[in-house]
Write a protein that binds this ligand. Structure first.
Ligand code: HEC
Ligand code: HEC
Length: 122
């Protein structure tokens, strides 16, 4: 009897936590200021493109475990960069996207403004 009680008491928290698990689609995004109205999958694809373009992990811009938080200042810089890239693209008359994060960043956090010094001057 004691053993049975112990087993029941052990199982109760397990069953409760299983019930707490969210079912169905993930919760909506909470803190979107630039990519407004885009479906979650598209936002995540943009995020993956950011990591490739800058050669970083998600945590370069995000607080670990809380993507909605703005506590990492790199996230606000990235918002400014998104707006800048949109402005540049808006100046092309054909309406196409010519400039992306990768255009400048090429896998680095700080884009080069000069060619490599190794090249001999002409
Ligand atoms: C270069 C910086 C940068 C990197 C790297 C980055 N993110 Fe983001 N992330 C942002 C910015 C900026 C926003 C807010 C966009 C806006 O306001 O429209 C955001 C928003 C999000 C959101 C929405 C959170 C919410 O609820 O509002 C999720 C989820 C997210 N990022 C996931 C990721 C994942 C997963 C990765 C890695 C694959 C990643 N991010 C990498 C900059 C970054
Ligand atoms: C026109 C060129 C250009 C484009 C396009 C561009 N960036 Fe940048 N970005 C820069 C430059 C230059 C710097 C370095 C600024 C400095 O030295 O302080 C920078 C810096 C950053 C930083 C800060 C890095 C650090 O080490 O603190 C982040 C984050 C960033 N960019 C994200 C992005 C994202 C995301 C995109 C695409 C939406 C993007 N950038 C598009 C030129 C660009």
């Amino acid at each position: 009897m004691r053993l049975l009680l112990a087993v029941v008491l052990l199982l109760v928290p397990v069953c409760l936590s299983a019930q707490d698990k969210p079912k169905g689609p993930p919760p909506p995004l909470k803190n979107i200021k630039i990519l407004v109205g885009e479906p979650r999958e598209q936002v995540i694809m943009t995020m993956r493109a950011f990591t490739v373009a800058l050669g970083v992990q998600c945590t370069f811009c995000h607080v670990q475990g809380d993507f909605a938080s703005d506590d990492n200042p790199k996230k606000e810089t990235a918002r400014m960069m998104l707006t800048m890239a949109r402005d540049i693209n808006g100046k092309f008359p054909d309406g196409k996207r010519h400039v992306s994060c990768y255009t400048c960043h090429r896998g680095a956090t700080e884009p080069a403004t000069e060619p490599p010094a190794a090249a001999p001057a002409n």
